[in-house]
Design a protein around this ligand. Sequence first.
Ligand SMILES: [Ca+2]
Ligand SMILES: [Ca+2]
Ligand SMILES: [Ca+2]
Length: 253
Amino acid sequence: MMRELIVDFASKQQRQLLSRPWLWISLIVISLLVSAGDLFAADGLQRIKYNNPGLIVDLGVGLWAWPVPYDVDGDGDHDLIVVCPDKPYNGTYLFENTAGPNEKMPVFKAARRLGAGKHYAMPSYVDGKLRVLTPGAEHPHFLKTGLDIGMKLPLAANIHTTVVGKTPGLFKVRHNQWRYLDFDGDDALDLVVAVEDWPDYVWDDAWDANGHWTNGPLHGLVYIVRNVGSTDAPNSTRHNSTRHFWLRIAELR
Ligand SMILES: [Ca+2]
Ligand SMILES: [Ca+2]
Ligand SMILES: [Ca+2]
């Protein structure tokens, strides 16, 4: 009985409300605000759309894309996994190639997210198999969970600790990229590590009034970490110091 009375009261109220013009004006305003919400996110930022509405593929991630090409599904064409460490598109994304082998301009399916993203994901191809490294770690389940599971290598992630320049600042070592390579051909996988050293360069606003660069150059260095064990049982720590086995083979300026 009580329920029926409440329902009946509500119906009368609704009929009275619907007869008032201000209600309809309010509904129109709310509708316009909802439409604006499609363009502007809650933080007030507007997402910029691609300007080519005729595209049939949407192959892209955010800033700092680290590509890892590999035939993930074994059908003969290269699929593409791209790691994005930035925001808001952080993740490791698999784009499946739908074109088949030998297509120079393949079309990829929409991305499937495998896991989180971080900087410096690098592919190595060992005996036809993909192995993915980030500084100081290998990711054995990369094809299923991206970088979420890491197996720590017996080395510090920052093997380049001696900066070329002495200027303190925001940028020290950037781009710390690790890959497997049998550098000396002894069938034991070694590591090649490429780093950028920034303290000498600092940042890109060091010109004087005459247009001369007043900071130092940007330094790039390549290290080989020799494996004195085997691929299955790697060892780079003989003599209690990994440094004995680091060979700095190049400095790029
Ligand atoms: Ca494939
Ligand atoms: Ca395919
Ligand atoms: Ca070797």
